[in-house]
Design a protein around this ligand. Structure first.
Ligand code: AVI
Length: 338
């Protein structure tokens, strides 16, 4: 049998450690016990949740993935020129590494590829697959939750580090959090480095709501699967049939909000210090599960500038639904104290 190719894998988290599990459980309980109950969107992505998200990206109503791919295809020469030669591509939340792989197969070739993802096993397999196809590129995997404190490994060349953050995942941070996250990225590169990032743009409410509440019910399944995952992590007893998917566009805040709404008065419980802890929900009460912020191209460029980026380039599709930005680290920027 053929041996899998060698890839370096660094692990900054141990998802199965008792400490990590206890931390996740505490986070879940704190969210559930808030007056407005909430579960963080990172809990969507168990094995089934990741597959459901892949299915979402195939839906005719979910335009971001396809629109971003079309922008890449149209502006490939400009993207190649922006990234330059002999760069290190740092792919944040690489998943299957498919987007980076597409770039490489189109001839946009880095000297080194650093793939970062929270799902370490998936990362190892994806990277081995890519390495088999493109053996000349040095490949390093990092198992880390890059949305929290995250540092690139010592020894990674400081020049021409290019962060790659496609798919408009930046929209799942609030604008303040997004600003702090972008600042942390800027702090890890020098003026020869940059950021290639996909951003979903503000548009018609009907288009947005259809993208997050498709008639086939795939997004509803993705949202409700969250409770299945919570049942596993917390040994809770949510009955998924009691909850319905709600997605609505909050135009004042420029964000899609996803919730799970109780169909009737119910309670959910999980093991606590003294027997089982309980949260009651009235009929119609909601658990907030995700916000997806949308930007104007000018608004996102301003956010990039305030986070320490400059020389901003933006490419969009003909309908102005999605934008791909490239920005360099601005010169003479003080680094954030850590
Ligand atoms: C991962 N993220 C960019 C998706 C989004 O559009 O906010 C997650 C998603 N939620 C529902 N559909 C897709």
């Amino acid at each position: 049998m053929q041996q899998p190719p060698e890839v370096t894998l660094l692990q900054f988290l141990d998802r199965d450690s008792p400490q990590q599990n206890a931390r996740l459980r505490r986070e879940l309980v704190a969210g559930l016990l808030q007056p407005q109950a909430a579960i963080a969107p990172k809990f969507f992505y168990d094995a089934l949740g990741s597959r459901l998200f892949e299915a979402i990206t195939e839906l005719p109503e979910y335009y971001p993935t396809r629109t971003e791919a079309a922008i890449f295809a149209q502006y490939l020469p400009a993207v190649r020129q922006a990234l330059g030669e002999a760069f290190t591509l740092i792919d944040l939340g690489c998943g299957s590494c498919a987007k980076a792989g597409k770039l490489f197969h189109a001839g946009v070739l880095p000297a080194r590829y650093v793939a970062v993802d929270i799902s370490v096993d998936y990362l190892r397999k994806s990277l081995q697959h890519l390495k088999r196809e493109l053996p000349a590129i040095e490949m390093i995997g990092i198992g880390a939750d890059f949305t929290e404190e995250f540092r690139l490994p010592d020894g990674l060349p400081a020049e021409r580090r290019m962060f790659f953050y496609p798919g408009s995942s930046i929209g799942n941070f609030s604008p303040d959090e997004a600003g702090r996250f972008l600042r942390r990225l800027a702090d890890q590169i020098d003026e020869s480095g940059g950021l290639l990032i996909g951003v979903d743009l503000i548009k018609d409410r009907a288009l947005l709501e259809a993208a997050y509440d498709d008639p086939l019910g795939v997004t509803a399944a993705f949202n409700r699967n969250l409770l299945r995952h919570v049942n596993v992590l917390l040994e809770a007893d949510f009955d998924i049939g009691d909850w319905q998917h709600v997605a609505c566009y909050n135009a004042d805040a420029a964000r899609i909000e996803m919730h799970l709404e109780a169909r009737r008065a119910i309670s959910a419980s999980w093991p606590g210090a003294n027997g089982r802890s309980l949260r009651r929900f009235a009929a119609g009460e909601r658990i907030h599960t995700e916000s997806s912020w949308k930007y104007s191209a000018q608004g996102f460029a301003a956010l990039l500038r305030s986070a320490g980026f400059a020389e901003i380039q933006v490419w969009t599709d003909p309908r102005n639904w999605f934008a791909l930005f490239f920005a360099r680290r601005a010169g003479n920027q003080p680094r954030t104290a850590t």
